[in-house]
Design a protein around this ligand. Structure first.
Ligand code: PHE
Length: 370
């Protein structure tokens, strides 16, 4: 030990050297404790051990915390230097601990592999879904009709026989019942005994519901799922989508119908599509038509979807006076047109899909293409 004879002269340098030693020692200690903690983390097997370790070092009475408390005994010059170092180490440790905690809370059991967790590594890409082609086209058509002032209505898929058939002039004895092979559903105690239920065979079931609800003038479309007991093939499935339209007002004629249909087709296909209008029979329209388009899959040559080069796309007509009456309006005063577009057919034409069954197959190789 050094003995100083003139203490008063020496007091400052001595303190400095003590402080120097102290600060160098602390530097070492801080670095050591950091190494120790990182080494101990690697030995952790259980989440409890992690929390114990955190407490042991970083807790209020933890070893690291205690060490940092002694920084206040350093000189004014040393304090900021060691303080900064301690702070850096503390942030680093806290980051390691918080990453680990995140991993534990996310339930990683393989804790050891997570020790060297690197937040910058790209995580596994989460797969994000997208709209089904039916929905994409439905949205497009809905936009076109909204721009023409039509409202969009939803309707029940489980429908009463009354709205699906009777209001549309298809009484139980009518031969037209055979045109739509129907799934009849057993009713339970929640339904009136007299009410027979069906999976709706067409969106026309919404016609009288809409007139009843909104009266006239009325411009509405009803997109939705329909069901028929079909023997399925490339162009028929037991579940498909239609998009019905209804316009009721004074003096509605075939010209209004043709104008709306032409606007629709021009907007959808964005090119000239050959169409033809031929007479069609539906008990709820008079006169009734079939609007066919030239098949866009085969270019009109004939294929498994169209047969003869033409695709029935939009059955339509002027609303039968009895239907207007069934909705509670006076057919002398009001007339209207209705159409029931095959939305599924439209999807197939737009994307060149040659088998309707693909749309409901749930096959990702198919759906991922849209
Ligand atoms: N609902 C008819 C069908 O599915 C189509 C249709 C709708 C016809 C509206 C005329 C008017 O076959």
């Amino acid at each position: 030990m050094k003995v100083f004879n003139n203490l008063s002269n020496r007091i400052y340098p001595v303190r400095e050297s003590i402080n120097n030693n102290l600060s160098n020692g602390m530097k070492e200690e801080l670095k050591n404790i950091k190494e120790k903690i990182l080494a101990e983390i690697k030995k952790i097997n259980l989440p409890e051990e992690f929390y114990d370790l955190e407490k042991k070092y970083l807790g209020r009475k933890g070893e690291f915390t205690k060490l940092t408390k002694s920084i206040k005994d350093l000189t004014q010059e040393q304090k900021p230097i060691i303080g900064k170092l301690a702070n850096e180490i503390k942030i680093e440790l806290e980051e390691v601990f918080s990453n680990l905690k995140g991993n534990i809370e996310e339930g990683f059991d393989d804790l050891k592999n997570r020790i060297n967790f690197d937040a910058t590594i790209q995580s596994k890409k989460k797969e994000v879904g997208h709209l089904h082609p039916n929905t994409i086209i439905q949205n497009e058509v809905v936009d076109i009709f909204s721009s023409m002032g039509f409202m969009v209505l939803d309707g029940p898929e489980l429908e009463s026989e009354y709205y699906n058939f009777e209001t549309l002039n298809v009484l139980s004895t009518h031969p037209a019942r055979d045109m739509q092979d129907t799934y009849f559903i057993k009713t339970d105690k929640n339904f009136k005994k007299s009410e027979k239920l069906v999976l709706r065979t067409h969106t026309s079931a919404m016609q009288v519901r809409a007139i009843e609800e909104f009266g006239a003038p009325l411009r509405a479309i009803f997109p939705g799922k329909c069901f028929r007991n079909e023997a399925t093939d490339a162009s028929h499935d037991n579940t498909f989508y239609q998009l019905e339209g209804l316009m009721i007002d004074k003096n509605i004629s075939i010209s209004n119908l043709v104008a709306v249909m032409s606007t629709l087709l021009a907007e959808i296909f964005k090119k000239d599509v050959k169409t033809r209008l031929r007479p069609g029979y539906f008990p709820f329209v008079e006169p009734g038509f079939e609007l066919d388009i030239n098949c866009l899959i085969c270019g009109g040559k004939g294929c498994s979807v169209c047969g003869d080069g033409w695709v029935e796309l939009i059955p339509c007509g002027l609303v039968h006076p009895q239907v207007i009456k069934n909705g509670g309006l006076d057919p002398q005063e009001y007339s209207g047109f209705a159409f029931g577009m095959g939305l599924t057919r439209l999807v197939m034409m737009r994307y060149g899909i040659n088998d309707i069954r693909l749309l409901q197959s749930g096959d990702l190789r198919f759906t991922k293409q849209f």
